[in-house]
Each structure stands twice: as structure tokens, then as C-alpha cells.
Design a protein around this ligand. Structure first.
Ligand code: 6PG
Length: 249
């Protein structure tokens, strides 16, 4: 079974993805009484998060049954403009006035990225009731794709792309060397649902190469999705999808 691809007009994109997130979370809560949602960083999701904080969608989720995690985090203070926590908090969480979700950000105030990664794995084990060595099965994972084919902080050519097992690891951005913490490939792609959220003409080339090309994860880490296509959905705006020839999948 192949991954599904939904192509949405740019002006309807954020609302369409926000509705899909609400539906996925509610399906999960109806089935299990709780939902674990792993958030993507970067700029694409910010408008989507804003919509989740406003009517009608803000009234459609039982927030106290939702556990929020981050798929990756820049190892900076929580108030740093680079922080994915800051982006999510400003666009979404700070706007929630009633019942709050349970949020589990990466603690970037610890002594090192390595310590933050180890602490994050412990936080995940505790909140997902895992034994030492057990991997989480998150309910929904949101992922973006960079123009170089990275996803979360799994960058081309990095050792982490081949990592087997483990929950969270310290990594460095390949260009500026800035420290980050990322969930591992196995943790991200063992989720029950993975939603890739990609918009803009600037992503058209990489989307074509990731979805229909032959390069593997060392070149384009986002192609890791091909291990679990049946659990992956692509949400693309028409700009990001404009070079995609779906007959070549
Ligand atoms: C990050 C993200 C990263 C992002 C892609 C796409 O921390 O930057 O986790 O993987 O999803 O770089 O970012 P845009 O959606 O902003 O293009």
C-alpha cells in the first residue's frame, strides 16, 4: 500500500491540514481515551497551529486528553527565536484559555544537548509508560521537509539517519553546526500515523525527488517514509506538488 497524497490549494492548505489533525487526534481519543501528537518545527506548521487555537477547531478537541511532544528542537533557550517550543507556544499553546494539553518540550536548559536528549527519552518513556529500551508508538507525528530532503533534524549524510533503536539523540546542523535534539528515525516512523506537511514552490523539486525518486535516506532522509508507506500521508499545497508526476510512484 502506498502513502496517500492530498494536494490542497495554497489558500486552503493550513485549514485543510488543521482539520486533518483535529480528525486524527479525535479518532485516537475516541479509540484510546488519549492521543500523543508529535509536532513539527519550522515555519510551515505555524499557521496551522494558529488555527488549532481558534474557533471552531479549539472547541473540537478534548485538550486534557492530548499529549504534545516535539519531533526535534534547536538546543537554544525556550525564549530564543530559533526555539520550536517558542513557535508552538506563541502560535498555539499561549492562546488556549481553558483546559490545557499535556506538553512535553525538550528541556534545553540542561548542561548539554546529549543530556537534553537523554532527559527527553526519559520524559517520553515516563509519559508513554515504556520500559527501558522500549520504543514509543506515537499516535500522530507531524513532519516537514527541508529543501535538502531533511525531516525533523535528520539531515542528509548524518549518522543519525542510519540509527537503529533509541528515542532521542543530539545532532548538529550540517551547515552552521548549531546543536539540536531530534527523535530517532525509528521513533518518528513507528508512529501509527505520519503526516508530512509541505507547502510552497521552493519545495517542488525535493518533493518530486523524495516521493518519486530513487535516492535513499542517506541522500534524502525524508525518504525514510518508504519503510512505512501505509502509515504515511502527504499534505502538499499545489506549489509543492507542481513537479510531482504521480504515475511515477
Ligand atoms: C525544524 C524542523 C524541520 C522543518 C523543515 C521544514 O526544526 O526546522 O523540524 O525539519 O520541518 O526544515 O521547515 P519549513 O516547513 O519551515 O520549510
Amino acid at each position: 500500500m502506498e502513502s496517500t497524497i492530498e494536494i490542497i490549494e495554497p489558500k486552503l492548505f493550513s485549514a485543510g491540514v488543521a482539520d486533518e489533525i483535529v480528525a486524527s487526534v479525535n479518532d485516537c481519543i475516541s479509540e484510546k481515551g488519549r492521543c500523543s501528537l508529535v509536532l513539527a518545527g519550522g515555519s510551515t506548521p505555524s499557521q496551522i497551529y494558529r488555527l488549532l487555537a481558534r474557533p471552531p477547531r479549539v472547541d473540537e478537541i478534548e485538550w486534557d486528553k492530548l499529549h504534545l511532544y516535539w519531533g526535534d528542537e534547536r538546543w537554544v533557550p525556550f525564549d530564543d527565536v530559533q526555539s520550536n517550543f517558542k513557535m508552538v507556544n506563541e502560535t498555539w499553546l499561549s492562546q488556549l484559555s481553558g483546559v490545557q494539553p499535556k506538553i512535553h518540550p525538550v528541556n534545553t536548559a540542561l548542561a548539554s544537548p546529549d543530556e537534553s536528549a537523554r532527559d527527553y527519552a526519559k520524559v517520553i518513556r515516563e509519559n508513554e509508560n515504556l520500559k527501558e529500551g522500549e520504543l514509543p508508538t506515537f499516535d500522530v507525528v507531524l513532519l516537514g521537509v527541508g529543501e535538502d530532503g531533511h525531516t525533523a533534524s535528520l539531515f542528509p549524510g548524518s549518522d543519525i539517519v542510519r540509527q537503529e533503536g533509541g528515542i532521542a539523540f543530539p545532532v548538529k546542523h550540517p551547515v552552521d553546526g548549531s546543536p539540536r535534539v531530534t527523535l530517532s528515525p525509528d521513533t518518528l516512523f513507528s508512529a501509527r500515523r505520519v503526516l508530512f506537511i509541505v507547502k510552497g514552490e521552493s519545495k517542488a523539486d525535493i518533493i518530486k525527488r523524495v516521493i518519486t525518486g530513487t535516492d535513499g535516506p542517506d541522500v534524502f532522509p525524508a525518504t525514510l517514509f518508504k519503510k512505512v508507506p501505509d502509515r504515511v500521508s502527504w499534505f502538499l499545497d499545489s506549489g509543492a506538488a507542481q513537479k510531482l508526476d504521480l504515475t511515477k510512484r
